[in-house]
Design a protein around this ligand. Structure first.
Ligand code: NDP
Length: 286
């Protein structure tokens, strides 16, 4: 075992990129994947293939997990529960904050420490200077492995709560999916009207530059100030009806704008017709 050695469990696109990056940086890398063939390229690049989960855990102090969800985490770690003792598990698997907290407890009960991570970049960006990961969990564990973690991405440390990194990650992904589906829906309407995605691209880039709105609304959301001086839900309903009709006229599925229209209409029913669309945060919260 050297100072620069790591185990990577989970060789989807993300785990694969991580193992490759460690190899490029001269690490001794042990890999394990449920489907062993996915390790072939990495082994050719110098990685060691562990035949069992137990061997993978025993190989190194630092174990990076990059899996689809926490069900996969348990499915794998339950194969070798006693081999966890003394390990630091950098769990870079996406799931809910509650599941991240629960897993931190489960891992701790087996003598190991979980660092929760939410990677903010796609696999090709691993190892590049702009890459960042939300981390939370025991500060000492993160500091002890700072150099190893920074081989992959920068560290955005959010405190001791093991659920915090998962929470920040999921909030970001919530916004990401909603925004990207809006983009895809718009491009479907463009295509259905004979406009190519590339032709519309420069207009999409301008329209989806939301920074002004994000910054304008954030203090108002915090202050609970939903006055309709620049926008209101009644206007939003009219606008969304036009969007829905434009999609329907082109034969495009209208379920995405229809879902937003439903939400805006519920805002009006709740008495917010003349309030800003930020009043929807009231409707959405418990
Ligand atoms: P994948 O879903 O492709 O990862 C799949 C990995 O999980 C494979 O190693 C797969 O094994 C394993 N796996 C899934 N279910 C099980 C199971 N029941 N038992 C054992 N192993 C299982 O995801 P990515 O590699 O794309 O991403 C990994 C994590 O990183 C995810 O949590 C993702 O949300 C997060 N992430 C991904 C980004 C991306 O752009 N890809 C960006 C930021 C974060 P097998 O090969 O045998 O199927």
């Amino acid at each position: 075992m050297t100072d620069t050695s790591v185990t990577v469990i989970g060789l989807g696109p993300m785990g694969h990129a991580m193992a490759n990056t460690y190899l490029d940086q001269g690490y001794e890398v042990t890999v394990w994947n449920r489907t062993p063939g996915k390790a072939d390229g990495l082994v050719a690049h110098g990685a060691r293939r562990a035949d069992t989960v137990e061997a993978a855990l025993n190989a190194n102090d630092l174990v990076v997990l990059s899996l689809t969800d926490y069900r996969a985490v348990y499915a794998i770690l339950e194969q070798a529960p006693t081999a966890l003792a003394g390990r630091t598990v950098a769990n870079l698997t996406s799931d809910s904050p509650a599941r991240a907290r629960e897993a931190a407890g489960w891992i701790s009960a087996r003598g190991a420490v979980q660092i929760t991570g939410g990677v903010q970049v796609p696999p090709p960006a691993i190892g590049t200077p702009e890459a960042m990961t939300y981390y939370s969990g025991p500060r000492e564990a993160i500091e002890a492995h700072r150099t190893d973690l920074e081989v992959l991405t920068g560290i955005d440390y959010l405190g001791e709560d093991p659920g915090r990194a998962a929470l920040y990650y999921q909030i970001g992904i919530d916004m990401f999916w909603t925004g990207l589906v809006g983009y895809l829906h718009g491009q479907a309407v463009a295509q259905a009207n004979g406009i190519s995605a590339r032709e519309f691209l420069p207009h999409a880039v301008k329209t989806m530059d939301f920074r002004y709105f994000l910054e304008f609304y954030a203090p108002r959301i915090d202050a609970g100030d939903h006055k309709g001086d620049v926008d209101n839900l009644a206007m939003g309903v009219a606008s969304l009806e036009h969007v829905l009709h434009t999609a329907q006229e082109a034969g495009v599925d209208g379920s995405v704008p229809a879902a937003m229209l439903d939400l805006f209409r519920r805002g009006i029913t709740a008495g917010h017709g003349q309030d800003s669309l930020t009043s929807l945060t009231r409707l959405l919260k418990p």
